[in-house]
Design a protein around this ligand. Structure first.
Ligand code: ACM
Length: 546
């Protein structure tokens, strides 16, 4: 029988050498260790050969061991065994059992993803030096004797990368995918288009990247509505992913059991597209790719040709991204230009719509029907509730949790990503030395405290909450190193929100584990923000609750 949770926690802390993030569902630590040596074999059936190679690839650089991979365990040989096991179906495809004893390691799961997550836990059972890329002399590659049974709490365990405001290079996207996988996150939402840049090659409309991927310069310092005094950096900035780059990213993610959900923003956040193809806009004004931040009134027009243009774009997107969910944005779409445009007003009348909210809703429905016809599902920010939610739409609740509650009660799936807890572009401390941020105050403890299931939902409605996601918007995050600083360690806290059972979350244990985990992140060259005294304890209440 497994010991009680409290006993497990104290045992884990007492052991001091087991700190897996996110905390597994159950972990029993025994006496002693198993040591991985150069001739330890990895045993895997053919259908887990790729996982065995991944495991070897993870361990090889730091240990220097080219572990042999074999199909069957030689009698009496020390081994790391990977196995599919239908008897573990109760843990789902992503759950696993990991047993370490004196003769080796066994990772078993009903699914390949579960074996992969068992491997992620095994990496974290080894000394943190295992994350280095060259052998370190004198390290004993010992794994504590443990039995772990584990499975995720939520199916959608996501992070959003905004690659539109500042282009994030392909190699960094891959590094971030590796880091998400280490934390057992399974969804990368790529925000690919916005006012300040269009980052995905579309073969039918080459100007989207010839023009839309480049801006002449960028605002320096914080955005304000009064731009009279604004300074610009005078630096051309841009970049985009070719379709082959994106296929490479998708394949890299899939090998790590991560789905890449692309976002093509509409009808707002469209200035880069309109700068490329002026006929997509509502006015005769010539537009440049936007050089400042904030919410922008230059939105797509509602002409049939624009709907077809965007469906053409989505057709190419679907060819690249196998994701069931396709994100169409939908947030922050000012209706001013639609109200002022005779063409948009005539369109509204022709469609028999009451107001501009209904016009946006009609726009989103056109995309919903289109995606549904292709066997995909539309997801959008919570503004897509306004003017009526499209039939098959899933809602990403960002302006707090109310959008998620409303959508779940109406029978729609939701992903929770409220600014109050999961906006990783907000400041992590009050220290004036913190880098420029969009605003807000979102320390580690507050992220950790987040519970994705709102109290307002019944047990049945709660099933509509697919999971949660931490968003890294990049207005003020212009480099991968800065991105890492904003993302980590808040991504580590997110991992426990979406993976660890609610009753096992424990901030003190998490902070203690983070001390060890920080060594792993450091070895991986992650520029994570080091927690301070102020992050050490969970406050009784947060400032805005006072
Ligand atoms: C958003 O933060 N505008 C979704």
């Amino acid at each position: 029988m497994l010991p009680t949770l409290a006993a497990v926690a104290s045992l884990t802390l007492a052991q001091g050498d087991v700190s897996i993030l996110p905390e597994p569902r159950s972990i029993r630590v025994g006496e002693g260790t198993f040591q991985i040596r150069p001739d330890t074999v990895v045993v895997a059936p053919n259908d887990l050969r790729a996982k065995a190679e991944q495991l070897r690839g993870y361990l090889c650089p730091a240990t220097g061991f080219e572990l042999p991979i074999v199909g069957r365990r030689p009698r009496g040989k020390e081994a790391i065994v990977l196995a599919k096991d239908a008897k573990l179906a109760k843990l789902g495809q992503e759950g696993y059992r990991l047993v370490v004893n004196q003769t080796g390691v066994e990772i078993r799961s009903a699914g390949e993803a579960g074996v992969f997550y068992g491997i992620q836990s095994l990496r974290q059972l080894l000394p943190a030096d295992v994350f280095r890329q060259a052998p370190i002399a004198g390290v004993r590659w010992a794994v504590p004797i443990v039995t772990i049974e584990d499975q995720p709490r939520f199916a959608w365990r996501g992070s959003m990368m905004d690659s539109a405001r500042w282009f994030m290079p392909k190699e960094f996207v891959k590094k971030y995918l590796d880091l998400l996988a280490l934390h057992k996150l399974n969804t990368l939402h790529l925000h690919l288009t916005d006012d300040q840049g269009w980052r995905i090659e579309i073969k039918k409309y080459p100007k989207l990247t010839e023009i839309g991927a480049w801006r002449a310069q960028t605002l320096v310092g914080h955005y304000s509505d009064n731009l009279k005094e604004a300074k610009y950096d005078g630096q051309r900035h841009g970049g985009f992913y070719s379709q082959d780059d994106l296929r490479e990213i998708v394949a890299y993610a899939a090998a790590r059991h991560i789905t890449v959900v692309p976002e093509i923003e509409m009808p707002g956040h469209a200035q880069a597209a309109i700068a490329s193809y002026p006929e997509l806009g509502n006015t005769d004004k010539t537009l440049e790719v936007h050089q400042t931040w904030g919410v922008n009134e230059n939105v797509f027009n509602v002409n049939e040709s624009t709907i077809l243009f965007l469906q053409d774009v989505l057709s190419e997107v679907l060819e690249i991204f196998p994701s069931k969910f396709i994100h169409i944005g939908g947030d922050e779409c000012p209706k001013k230009q639609w109200r002022e445009s005779p063409v948009a007003q005539a369109r509204k009348k022709e469609l028999g719509l009451k107001d501009e909210d209904e016009l946006q809703s009609w726009f989103v429905r056109r995309m919903d029907t289109f995606l549904d016809g292709k066997g995909r599902r539309l997801i959008g920010w919570d503004e897509i509730l306004e003017g009526g939610l499209a039939e098959g739409a899933t809602v990403m609740s960002w302006r707090g949790v109310q959008g998620g509650i409303t959508a779940a009660k109406a029978g729609h799936d939701v992903v929770m990503t409220p600014t109050s807890h999961l906006y990783f572009d907000y400041r992590q401390s009050r220290d004036p030395g913190e880098p420029l941020a969009i605003g807000g105050f979102l320390p580690l403890a507050r992220v950790y405290s987040y519970e994705p299931i709102p109290d307002e939902l019944s047990a049945d409605e709660a099933k509509r909450v697919l999971g949660a996601q931490g968003n890294v918007w990049t207005e003020y995050i212009s480099t991968p190193k800065r991105f890492e600083y904003f993302a980590f360690p808040r991504v580590c806290a997110l991992a426990e929100i979406v993976w660890t059972p609610r009753e096992q979350k424990d901030y003190a244990r998490f902070v203690a584990a983070l001390k060890v985990h920080g060594k792993r992140l450091a070895a991986l060259d992650v520029n994570y923000r080091r927690p301070t005294e102020a992050d050490a304890t969970m406050p009784d209440r947060f400032e805005d609750e006072e």
